[in-house]
Design a protein around this ligand. Structure first.
Ligand code: ATP
Length: 235
């Protein structure tokens, strides 16, 4: 069953036609990845869904509800978390304060504590560093913190924009293992990546975006075997 349906969306930045009729869907419980090279439109797709940029035409549905051009704070409250490219954690706040920001809409202390404990289960390093300022953490730790903060909302869909960017291979492996674990625990994930091999390896399905258009889609493992994909993205 589709939890997220993107139907022929067109998004512009002034005169730049960034998304040209993007259509994709994510079923409950899946990891779906959107791969493509620099400037293809991956980030813009996520921003269009979460309401950070406006779409000019087409529609976006979340749990059968039309959310086209709903502002980001509303899509967040509906259950969609967006971890943007480049992490964007609060550098001057501690790890714990950053996590608490993710639960801004939750009033009950025990619920917040429960969620923090769950984040620590996935990322024990955050528990060790809870009083450290976010900005002093390594890139990998900041990525973990950004994902942890998103989990504090207890989202139904987690949208991750290039979580592997700028990280050493061993850390990338760790992050992908956690994404996989989150999914096994029931989280639906829309994963944007330039690291096509890693992303397709854990994804149920993938879409390839080029110049704002979906040019290919299929099962993650089939796409890894596809000659065009191998040549363009896995070489
Ligand atoms: P990257 O990995 O480099 O972020 P991407 O696939 O996520 O690539 P987008 O960031 O979605 O690509 O960009 C799609 C197109 O829109 C590109 O041509 C880009 O130059 C353009 N674009 C993105 N953001 C803006 C902006 N704020 N203003 C103007 N043009 C933009």
């Amino acid at each position: 069953m589709s939890i997220l349906e993107i139907d022929h969306i067109n998004t512009y930045y002034g005169g730049i036609h960034a998304l040209r009729g993007i259509t994709l869907d994510v079923n409950q419980g899946e990891i779906v990845t959107l791969i493509g090279s620099n400037g293809a439109g991956k980030s813009t797709t996520l921003k269009s869904v979460s309401g950070l940029v406006k779409v000019k035409s087409g529609s976006i549905k979340f749990k059968n509800q039309d959310i086209t051009n709903k502002p980001a704070h509303e899509t967040t409250l509906l259950g969609m978390a967006h971890v943007p490219e480049g992490r964007r954690i609060f550098s001057n706040l501690t790890v714990k304060e950053n996590l608490l920001m993710g639960a801004f809409s939750v009033k009950k202390k025990n619920v917040i504590e429960e969620r923090i404990e769950r984040v620590y289960d996935y990322f024990p390093i955050l528990k060790e560093r809870l009083n450290q300022k976010g900005g002093t953490m390594s890139g990998g730790e900041q990525q973990m913190l950004a994902i942890g903060r998103a989990l504090m909302m207890k989202p139904e869909v987690l949208m991750l924009d290039e979580p592997s960017m700028g990280l050493a291979p061993i850390i990338v492996e760790k992050i992908f293992n956690i994404i996989d674990q989150l999914n096994q625990d029931g989280m639906t994930i829309l994963l944007v990546e330039q690291n096509a091999y890693q992303a397709l390896s854990i994804a149920n399905r993938g879409y390839v975006i080029q110049n704002g258009e979906i040019v290919l889609s299929g099962k993650g493992h089939d796409l890894i075997e596809n000659d065009e994909i191998r040549e363009a993205y896995l070489a």
